[in-house]
Design a protein around this ligand. Structure first.
Ligand code: TRP
Ligand code: SF4
Length: 539
């Protein structure tokens, strides 16, 4: 998956700067699942795409994996529910998929390790072979796919995936996934895929089908029961993650939002109104002469909020954009005397009549029932989410939680530049002869200086060294002290590239030897597993 893309595009080409479906602007970061993903500036992923920094959740993760500790896993979307489930021993899942377009290599190992680690933390783990995608988006024949699929599966098993506890499948033979894909396809239309993936009139229908198939893969772990699910991927897969989060919500019976009056709010308006409400309810200035601030709460009206927002024009910036303020003011003015009271709103999206009635019934405390929603005044947001989901599941709905994701950095190629499966010297395949692996490391580009003397004087540049990356991402394994020592010795000028590469090359050779022994062991047991590695599909 995602480690690298075949270089079928000029990696230096600047994508056009144009607004995207998500409202962000593409500068030199393009997230294209089928393009050549080079990410030159990870900060842009946070700013433009709303990926969150992993370091912000790191402290909530029990016993985090070394890839997390070392910042190789650098970003996430909504990982908190997964971390919480892990801490509280609640059900959660991890799933990722691999396009069998070539040999699995050390970039894929990151993802294998992530799945396996989540499995060891108690999650339901899934590894899938994206053969439909490889066939439709990359044009691989089924014979090629069969061969590669076997190799991915073997490496995943050799690295510690437990097939008794977890599930391995191929997209093409998972009927349940395909049925779910069909349902999901009913919620997405061509214009949307066009906007997200740049599809056009020439795009194969099967390629589009592979997109809904991936959506189904991502939601598959929740079919039996909704649960936090993490999808470890490279950032190029983020468009898929965002779409899956959208689709998960669209299939829900109920949506839960927060409101302050009978009208609906956009997210931005809600943020602004929340601030206004907070100020007003604190006994703020706008409640004209009403000094009994304890009471202010009960008597607040939409017009008070409108007046407050107009008064606050001088500190306007803290109350959202001018557009947000204008649209919110209009709504508040229209509502006039209507009381302003925070509430949780359950919106009927696709619910059956019974399900909606059951929900109304189940809401505790003061509530107000409308045709397409019910407002609850005494239920908190978290409890509301849970209630909606329970009622939904009890009445035949999916109740999906939006899937979460974690993103890892792309590994630099051993020859500098991008790691690419079409350039053998740039990567180390998990199937490479151990000696070949040794040789490739020895031949790698480094972050060293021109001469040993200079290196002693100035130190090397481990941050720009593919060999250091090998240590940090793989060779140092769980040993943080070792990784740090390599870094410090390099930066301090005590470590010279020749010896450093020799050490790395040996470790790589050992790793490959051991990995391939384990693969051989699994080879004999592959038959016993419930995965079909020979399709009878043609072409
Ligand atoms: N599209 C992914 C890739 O290019 C493969 C994939 C298919 C996948 N289904 C998935 C990844 C589900 C994560 C989750 O590598
Ligand atoms: Fe890279 Fe090692 Fe040379 Fe430092 S000493 S630049 S880590 S090869």
């Amino acid at each position: 998956m995602t480690q690298e893309r075949d270089a079928d595009r000029d990696p230096d080409a600047q994508p056009p700067t144009e607004p995207r479906a998500d409202g962000g602007t593409v500068d030199d970061v393009a997230l294209d699942p089928w393009g050549s993903s080079t990410v030159s500036d990870y900060r842009k992923l946070f700013e433009q795409f709303g990926i969150e920094r992993f370091e912000e959740v790191l402290g909530e993760v029990p016993d985090p994996h070394y890839l997390m500790r070392r910042g190789v896993i650098f970003g996430h979307r909504d990982y908190r529910p997964v971390a919480r489930a892990m801490r509280e021993d609640d059900p959660f899942a991890a799933l990722s998929g691999f396009m069998p377009t070539g040999d699995p290599h050390i970039g894929h190992k990151l993802v294998f390790d992530e799945i396996i680690w989540h499995q060891q933390q108690g999650g339901d783990a899934y590894g899938l072979i994206a053969d439909l995608e490889a066939h439709s988006a990359r044009g691989l024949s089924w014979a090629e796919i069969d061969e590669h699929a076997r190799n991915y599966i073997l490496s995943l098993l050799a690295l510690g995936f437990d097939p008794e506890e977890g599930e391995l499948y191929r997209q093409s033979s998972n009927r349940v996934v395909q049925d779910l894909a069909f349902e999901l396809g009913a919620e997405a239309n061509f214009s949307e895929l066009q906007a997200i993936y740049d599809f056009d009139g020439e795009t194969d229908v099967s390629h589009m089908q592979s997109v809904v198939t991936q959506m189904a893969d991502i939601l598959y772990p929740q079919l039996e029961e909704p649960k936090p699910t993490v999808i470890p991927v490279g950032p190029d897969q983020d468009p898929h993650i965002r779409l899956s989060r959208d689709l998960a919500a669209r299939l829900r019976y109920f949506g839960v939002t927060e409101a302050y009056a009978s009208f609906e709010l956009t997210d931005a308006e809600r943020r602004t109104l929340a601030l206004v409400y907070e100020d007003l309810a604190d006994g703020g200035e706008a409640t004209d002469g009403d000094d009994a601030s304890g009471e202010a709460d009960d008597t607040l009206r939409c017009e008070d909020a409108a007046a407050f927002l107009r008064d606050a024009a001088d500190r306007a910036d803290s109350f959202g954009t001018p557009e947000t303020r204008a649209s919110l003011l209009e709504k508040l003015d229209n509502a006039g005397m209507e009381p302003l009271r925070p509430r949780v709103r359950f919106v009927d999206r696709n619910a059956t009549e019974e399900a909606f009635e059951a929900l109304v019934e189940a809401v505790d405390g003061e509530k107000r029932v409308y045709e397409n929603h019910v407002d609850a005044f005494e239920v908190d947001r978290g409890a509301a989410d849970q209630l909606a989901r329970e009622v939904e599941v009890a009445h035949g709905g999916y109740g999906f939680l939006p899937p979460s994701s974690v993103y890892h950095r792309f590994m630099t190629g051993l020859t500098g530049g991008k790691m690419s499966s079409s350039v053998p010297a740039s990567h180390i395949s998990l199937l490479d002869d151990p000696e070949e692996g040794y040789d490739k490391v020895k031949a790698a580009t480094t972050g060293g200086r021109e001469t040993a003397e200079k290196q002693r004087e100035l130190g090397g540049e481990p941050d720009d060294c593919p060999v250091y990356e090998l240590y940090a991402y793989l060779l140092a394994s769980d040993d943080d002290e070792f990784a740090k020592r390599v870094y410090d010795e390099c930066a301090g000028g005590e470590r010279l590239c020749g010896d450093c590469k020799e050490q790395a090359a040996r470790l790589m050779e050992e790793f490959l030897t051991e990995h391939q022994e384990k693969r051989a062991e699994w080879e004999d047991r592959l038959e016993d597993l419930d995965i079909d590695l020979d399709t009878d599909r043609k072409r």
